[in-house]
Design a protein around this ligand. Structure first.
Ligand SMILES: [Zn+2]
Ligand SMILES: [Zn+2]
Length: 72
C-alpha cells in the first residue's frame, strides 16, 4: 500500500509504513504522527485518574495536538 497523503497531494507513490487509527488511510513516515491515547478512569485513592491505552498512529489530517512527528 502507498501513502494516501503523498498520492493525493504530490501525486507520488511512497510506500506506507502505517495506517491511521482514525480514518484508516495509509501513510508514510513523513505523514505519520504518533501519540498515546488516554482514557479517563474513575478516581480511586492512590490510583491514577487516567490510563494509557497505548500508542496510536495518525495521518496528518487526523492527528490531535499532542502528537509528534516520527521524522523531522
Ligand atoms: Zn506520505
Ligand atoms: Zn487519518
Amino acid at each position: 500500500m502507498n501513502c494516501f497523503e503523498c498520492a493525493t497531494e504530490h501525486q507520488a507513490t511512497t510506500p506506507a509504513v502505517t495506517v491511521c487509527s482514525q480514518c484508516g488511510a495509509a501513510s508514510c513516515t513523513r505523514h505519520t504522527r504518533v501519540a498515546h491515547a488516554h482514557e479517563e478512569v474513575e478516581y480511586s485513592p492512590g490510583a491514577p485518574s487516567e490510563t494509557d491505552l497505548g500508542r496510536r498512529m495518525f495521518c496528518t489530517t487526523c492527528a490531535p495536538g499532542t502528537t509528534t512527528a516520527v521524522v523531522t
